[in-house]
Design a protein. Structure first.
Length: 147
């Protein structure tokens, strides 16, 4: 029997957030934070909407999860995000001590693994490539339409 609440299930929820960003003209990145098998935060890029370069999906999700939990540490949480986090987001995730990061598409140009592979907390697990094709194609389609 297939586990209904697995990495693909939660990545699909993050992808739904990315679609909302896409529809708003934002770079289509979506994220959800999961604790004890339940989504506790949902977010997507809002950099254009808020005129704020720090308003990445991950940053929004970290803030929402921390506010809900009443503390700054997310040790027992998993972040699902459609694109490999950038250095800024990886730093924030490191400070939050997130338990696990699962991302969709790799970001060869701006991903944290290229520039700051050690930015996350040492105990944070990382898994990439979940629904990678769908996440990558959405991003490519967005930028193709921009050009």
């Amino acid at each position: 029997m297939i586990e209904p609440f697995n990495d693909e299930y939660f990545m699909k929820k993050a992808f739904a957030e990315a679609l909302q960003a896409y529809d708003k003209g934002e770079v289509p990145v979506g994220a959800v934070v999961v604790a004890n098998g339940k989504i506790i935060a949902r977010a997507h890029n809002l950099t254009e909407t808020l005129n704020d370069v720090t308003a990445h999906a991950e940053m929004q999700a970290i803030t929402a999860a921390a506010n809900l939990l009443g503390g700054k540490y997310l040790n027992d949480c998993v972040l699902y995000v459609t694109l490999e986090p950038c250095v800024m987001c990886a730093g924030a995730l490191g400070w939050s001590q997130i338990g696990k990061v699962v991302f969709g598409a790799h970001d060869e140009k701006r991903g944290f693994k290229k520039y700051a592979a050690q930015a996350l907390h040492p105990k944070t697990e990382v898994q990439g490539g979940v629904l990678e094709t769908e996440c990558r194609e959405l991003m490519q389609d967005f930028f193709r339409k921009k050009r």
